[in-house]
Design a protein around this ligand. Structure first.
Ligand SMILES: O=C([O-])CC(=O)C(=O)O
Ligand SMILES: [Mg+2]
Length: 599
């Protein structure tokens, strides 16, 4: 009996499918509507049947398949008889999530869910950002990368090795999705503040793109994580039996550059000139070089330089409403002169110039310290080249951060060099001594690399400092007042910027877009947030923040000739929203379908 039903239903389903295939020429208005998308999905998916549906995370709904769907798709009996709602499934997921004994286990559980049932994964992630972002993203993703050999279960994204030179385009063609709009790529050389993790760094592009979808509403099928394997200089990985990449030193020089160049052109050939390529966690030197080399030729940005810059600048802009100072009236001291801090310094300088300062005036307010001490013009220890040189001062050489703070009396100190504990008790106390409301940003990731904890910053300044960190810290109560440290993480910026850039068909991403995003983010911080010590909106609002940034950038891009998607939409918000992914399940019940016994 059962087999008769399933044969009959298969026949009905294939009839329904051929009728549905007539719908392929949907009108362009319909194309942008959700209904149009749903129909196209149905048409694409209808070729997959039976057990393959359950094995396909994009189609699988588990126990949420209705009885009709189960019969129609040939999966009746392959799942338990009960039919659950997505909300009921969510409760089960949350119970399982909370029951795990460690964050790494929670990471593995969530990734397995993503591998099984993509929509359910995005639903729980987007509804539980505060609990789950620290798991799929910093800090736990850092731990997952360190142990990726064990964590690794199923591949996700593309792995392109230096041995694949000459064939990168072919490898891109192996990726099953044709309409990729966003790539996050790393070569694993500087994963968070953890150093060279080689292929184990793949956790980062995967995690960042999960946030593209959960926070920016970009469809997962449009997102592609890529790892470029050129080897690793991490000797431990050379002898790690679980390592999943080339166990040789990194290829460098022209060979490496040609490889990255081939990759960029292959992406452009395969996915067009408006496919966004986000560079993530490259080594310092390469990050700046590639940004300069590609920023005007491709649709690309470097998140560690530009994304971090925007989020930190937003935190500074919001802080000024607490300190009641103008931007130009501050003295900024940067601990570290790598991707993040140079990016922040450049963006703050741009912001000061936008407010009327000359470049020289702006730069005179920005001091930097690297591993060899204060950046000064005649520094005996040398090592000042590239962008660092722009910030070097005519000043005596100093190399002790505590003494430098005493000497310069900065109003803001920003750390992003992964030197854990760099903001010592003395540093923090000096900041409190010279400022009524000192700004202290400990931005290094993950938490284990933070320059100081929120608790140290608050207690050592009697609760007066304005504090933000890159990875999350819990709230802290001092003098009867609960303060909420801001998480100055680029997750406030990159999903919204990407959504704006993709929907408008931007071809190049200028720094002014990041400045604009930073200003918008700062505007979204309310006086109530500031009163609680927050210089960013709460994480639970981050999807709203991303949409706001995207809509604002859409206005900016159309006004300033950066958009290529025409005609220009009148209502930018509606337009951006029409692209956004919804994690609600698709309904695989064509309207024409009837019960087999009635057919
Ligand atoms: O991933 C993060 O949390 C921020 C980031 O880009 C980094 O630290 O490299
Ligand atoms: Mg990064």
């Amino acid at each position: 009996m059962a087999s008769v039903v399933s044969t009959a239903s298969r026949k009905v389903f294939s009839n329904a499918t051929s009728r549905l295939s007539l719908l392929t020429s949907v009108s362009s208005r319909e194309k942008s509507s959700n209904e149009g998308k749903r129909r196209r999905d149905l048409i694409n998916h209808s070729r997959v049947r039976g057990i393959d549906i359950l094995r396909n995370p994009k189609l699988n709904k588990g126990t949420a398949f209705t009885v009709k769907e189960r019969q129609l798709m040939g999966i009746h009996g392959l799942i338990p008889p009960v039919v659950r709602t997505m909300e009921e499934q969510t409760v089960r997921v949350l119970t399982n999530f909370r029951k795990r004994s460690s964050d790494l286990d929670r990471f593995i559980y969530l990734i397995s869910l993503q591998d099984r049932n993509e929509r359910l994964f995005y639903k729980v992630l987007s509804e539980n950002v505060e609990d789950m972002m620290p798991i799929v993203y910093t800090p736990t993703v850092g731990q997952a990368c360190e142990h990726y050999g064990i964590v690794f279960r199923r591949p996700r994204g593309l792995f392109i090795s230096i041995n694949d030179r000459g064939h990168i385009y072919d490898i891109l063609c192996n990726w099953p999705e044709r309409n990729v709009k966003a790539i996050v790529v790393t070569d694993g050389e500087r994963i968070l503040g953890l150093g060279d993790l080689g292929v184990y760094g793949m956790g980062i592009p995967v995690g960042k793109l999960s946030l593209y979808t959960a926070l920016g509403g970009i469809h997962p099928a449009k997102c592609l994580p890529i790892l470029l394997d050129v080897g690793t200089n991490n000797k431990k990985l050379h002898s790690d039996p679980l390592y999943i990449g080339r166990q040789e030193n990194r290829v460098t020089g022209p060979e490496y550059d040609d490889f990255v160049d081939e990759f960029m052109h292959a992406v452009q050939r395969r996915y067009g000139s408006t496919c966004l390529i986000q560079f993530e966690d490259f080594g310092n030197h390469n990050a700046f070089r590639f940004l300069e080399k590609y920023r005007n030729k491709f649709c690309t940005f470097n998140d560690d330089i530009q994304g971090t810059a925007a989020v930190a600048a937003a935190g500074v802009f919001a802080s000024l409403r607490i300190t009641k100072k103008k931007l130009i009236d501050n003295v900024f001291l940067f601990q570290g002169a790598g991707e993040a801090n140079i990016g922040i310094a450049q963006l703050l300088s741009l912001a000061m110039q936008e407010e009327g300062a000359t470049e020289a005036e702006a730069i005179s307010k920005i001091w930097m310290v690297d591993s060899r001490g204060l950046l000064t013009k005649e520094r005996p220890s040398g090592g000042i080249s590239g962008h660092k040189a722009d910030f070097a001062k005519d000043f005596k050489h100093m190399n002790n951060l505590e003494e430098i703070v005493e000497e310069l009396k900065p109003s803001a100190i920003i750390g992003a060099a992964a030197v854990a504990g760099a903001f010592t008790e003395k540093v923090i106390k000096s900041m409190g001594k010279y400022n009524e409301r000192p700004i202290i940003f400990a931005l290094s990731n993950p938490t284990s690399k933070a320059e100081c904890s929120a608790e140290d910053a608050y207690t050592l300044t009697e609760g007066r400092c304005v504090f933000a960190s890159g990875s999350p810290f819990p709230s802290f109560t001092i003098n009867g007042k609960t303060l909420y440290p801001g998480q100055g993480n680029n997750a406030y910026i990159f999903p919204g910027v990407a959504l704006g850039v993709i929907t408008c068909g931007v071809r190049h991403v200028p720094d002014l877009l990041f400045l604009r995003a930073a200003q918008r983010l700062a505007e979204l911080v309310t006086d109530e947030h500031l009163a609680e010590g927050r210089v960013y909106p709460p994480l639970s609002d981050i999807q709203e923040v991303s949409l706001n940034i995207a809509v604002d950038l859409a206005e900016y891009c159309y006004t300033n000739g950066l958009a290529s998607a025409y005609p220009e939409p009148d209502d930018k918000e509606e337009y951006v929203k029409s692209f956004m992914y919804t994690s609600e399940y698709e309904i695989f019940e064509p309207e024409t379908w009837e019960w087999p016994d009635k057919a």
